[in-house]
Design a protein around this ligand. Structure first.
Ligand SMILES: C[S@@+](CC[C@H](N)C(=O)[O-])C[C@H]1O[C@@H](n2cnc3c(N)ncnc32)[C@H](O)[C@@H]1O
Length: 243
């Protein structure tokens, strides 16, 4: 668990995450924009007038807390990296942040409202014990079926066009894949049932790296907003609740 967490302690790596991974015009920035528009609508529909408290596990620099800003009663971010947390604090002064100590289970802040647990860009590359810690955290934040929902992002679904790069990236540290079944099984083992899922585009990240293919990729991903495509999407968010 420590190896994966350590990557994000470094200030340069944390800055790179925001500036390079989410660079304007790139794949991740496009996914983030589409998630924001669809998932904000979903939160309004799912919680109605009861504003939830957001618990963002592995919050990093605060991307998914920023996504739901203004829709929540309060917002809490939990992370093992002091560096990422300080970036998140600067971005979201009204949110509360909690440092997760190595080997100590994170405890969700006590609140009286329904809860929205978010787990974005974490499961894919986290080791098994990190995944278990995240889902155990979700169980504590959502003790009953009526407590709320967990949103889980898979930014490397195996059944998508991303698989075209499988051979080229074989053996690379950051090229992992997770199937829909893997995510469903993991949630199920922790007492959650997937009740919905959303796709956020079909073009692989590589298509955004070249001047000639980027406009095509962007047009394709914009068009996919019109049709459900989670089964083949390169980025999926699952909605789950306690079984
Ligand atoms: C790829 S970033 C994702 C950040 C954010 N959720 C997003 O979608 O932009 C992964 C984050 O997980 C954090 N992390 C790694 N291991 C962790 C653990 N065991 N518990 C909590 N956070 C962890 C890292 O410090 C890093 O900020």
């Amino acid at each position: 668990m420590r190896d994966y967490a350590n990557v994000f302690h470094d200030a340069a790596a944390a800055a790179r995450y925001d500036k390079e991974v989410f660079a304007a015009g790139g794949w991740a920035a496009g996914v983030d924009r589409r998630q924001r528009s669809r998932l904000r609508r979903w939160v309004r529909e799912a919680f109605g007038d009861a504003r939830p408290t957001q618990h963002d596990f592995a919050c990093g620099s605060g991307r998914s807390l920023a996504m739901f800003e203004g829709l929540t009663a309060s917002a809490h971010g939990y992370d093992t990296s002091v560096t990422m947390l300080s970036r998140a604090r600067a971005r979201l002064p009204a949110a509360e942040f909690h440092l997760v100590e190595d080997g100590v289970p994170a405890t969700p802040a006590a609140t009286g409202t329904p809860a929205l647990v978010t787990l974005f860009r974490f499961l894919l590359n986290a080791p098994p014990e990190g995944r278990a810690a995240a889902l155990d955290f979700a169980v504590r934040a959502l003790p009953h079926r009526a407590s709320g929902f967990v949103l889980v992002e898979n930014h490397g679904p195996s059944g998508s066009l991303r698989a075209l790069g499988r051979r080229r990236h074989r053996g690379e540290r950051w090229f992992a894949e997770l199937s829909h079944r893997d995510v469903g099984n993991l949630l199920e083992r922790h007492g959650f049932t997937v009740i919905d899922r959303f796709g956020f585009g079909v073009a692989p990240a590589g298509a955004y790296r070249h001047g000639w293919s980027r406009p095509l990729a962007r047009a394709l991903d914009t068009a996919t907003r019109l049709v459900p495509h989670a089964a083949v999407s390169t980025d999926v968010v699952y909605v789950a609740r306690r079984s």
